[in-house]
Design a protein around this ligand. Structure first.
Ligand SMILES: NC(=O)c1ccc[n+]([C@@H]2O[C@H](COP(=O)([O-])OP(=O)(O)OC[C@H]3O[C@@H](n4cnc5c(N)ncnc54)[C@H](OP(=O)(O)O)[C@@H]3O)[C@@H](O)[C@H]2O)c1
Length: 352
């Protein structure tokens, strides 16, 4: 009797997180039925496989038992202020884990897709292409760059792996605080008569929906599974939406004028004109989506406190667009994404 052929396994590490959740969901929806999609969680492992990646022996045994064809690594400590304070602890998640995954990828033969960040750049010369020189400004960026270097070692050309850098993310969640983008809604929702609140208007924010990233990840995984031109090396994916112009509405409130929409409300990738979004202009947009005044918010033109942040890390996504096509790499408009995500978290929005 011929030996049974095991179905290919795609393993999402960190499937309980903001991005991993969307990645696992999209993989399950999109990959053929014969493919097994498994996800791990740690403190939020309900419905997932519990796995503490800091336990090296157990992790290696787990990987060997799963025998995955593809591993998508969404585990990280991604809060820059926490990494600054708990450097060694964060290093285990952000760097040591990737060293183990690189070794196991070589030993077990799986394709590794590792998620990284635009914070590997210093934000002084945007837009950044994947080959541009990185220069992180904070410990989080340094650790993520160190993780990339593990995968781009001496034999990088030979490694079955890809690095996907993404900017600040938002997406379906149970809690505003899970993303620094949706967290902005908290200050929008305080009573307008309360004292003025300064909001960062210094750093460019290319807020990208996790389901858009998940669609890109799924396309990359699909190519690795089918052998249709497995992508290797470093890639960038980001929303390119910008051109928020603030003007006064009838009631004196600031209103954003979205100049980035093309015919049919579709985003025009790379369209020039206008400014990149900032936390402040995203807050004004959130105010519109929630039907709340934002007069109590004040733009702050100086860099924020805490771990140093780069000012503008706009990512050039043309290489990925060329590899996967415009349809796969298209991002939804920020207004639409925020409306849907805030509706899911708060149960109500007013703009339609
Ligand atoms: N969020 C952003 O704005 C952003 C921006 C740029 C790049 N990125 C990158 O995108 C990737 C995903 O980030 P994210 O925002 O989805 O992060 P996240 O929401 O904080 O999720 C982190 C994941 O890591 C898991 N994890 C933490 N400690 C673990 C441990 N000891 N053992 C096993 N798993 C552990 C968490 O599991 P539990 O929750 O179950 O404990 C969770 O699934 C990261 O590489 C990050 O650097 C994120």
């Amino acid at each position: 009797m011929p030996a049974a052929i095991n179905p290919p396994v795609v393993l999402v590490l960190g499937a309980s997180g903001l991005l991993g959740r969307a990645v696992q969901h999209t993989l399950l929806e999109s990959l053929p039925h014969g493919v097994v999609v498994a996800g791990t969680g740690h403190s939020r492992a309900r419905g997932l496989i519990p796995c503490d990646v800091t336990d090296e022996t157990t992790l290696r045994e787990f990987l060997a038992a799963q025998a995955p064809r593809v591993v998508v690594n969404c585990v990280a400590e991604r809060r820059p202020d926490v990494v600054e304070k708990e450097d060694a602890k964060a290093h285990v998640l952000n760097v040591r884990l990737v060293e183990i995954l690189a070794e196991e990828s070589a030993r077990l033969g799986f394709y590794l897709l590792h998620i990284s960040t635009d914070y590997v750049f210093d934000g002084t010369k945007p837009p950044y292409k994947p080959g541009d020189d990185p220069h992180p400004l904070n410990a989080y960026g340094e650790q993520k760059l160190a993780s990339e270097k593990v995968l781009r070692g001496k034999d990088s050309g030979e490694r079955a792996c890809a690095i996907l850098r993404v900017p600040v993310l938002y997406g379906p969640s149970a809690d505003l605080a899970e993303s620094s983008v949706t967290l902005l809604a908290r200050d929008v929702l305080v009573p307008p008569r309360s004292s003025q609140k300064k909001v960062d208007d210094w750093a460019a924010r290319y807020a990208t929906h996790t389901e858009d990233v998940a669609r890109v990840v799924t396309a990359m995984v699909d190519r690795a599974l089918t052998g249709a031109g497995e992508l290797r090396g470093t890639f960038h994916y980001s929303s390119k939406e910008r051109s928020q112009d603030l003007s006064r509405g009838a009631g004196g409130e600031e209103r954003s004028q979205d100049l980035s929409r093309g015919v049919g409300g579709e985003q025009c990738p790379g369209q020039g004109g206008g400014r990149a979004y900032t936390k402040y202009s995203i807050s004004v947009l959130i105010g519109e989506v929630l039907g709340r005044a934002t007069k109590h918010l004040e733009p702050e033109a100086s860099p924020p406190e805490g771990a140093p942040r780069p000012q503008d890390c706009e990512l050039d996504i043309s290489a990925l667009q060329e590899a996967l096509g415009e349809k796969v790499t298209r991002s939804r408009a920020l207004r639409d994404g925020l409306r849907e995500v805030l509706q899911g978290i708060l149960g109500e929005t007013s703009d339609s």
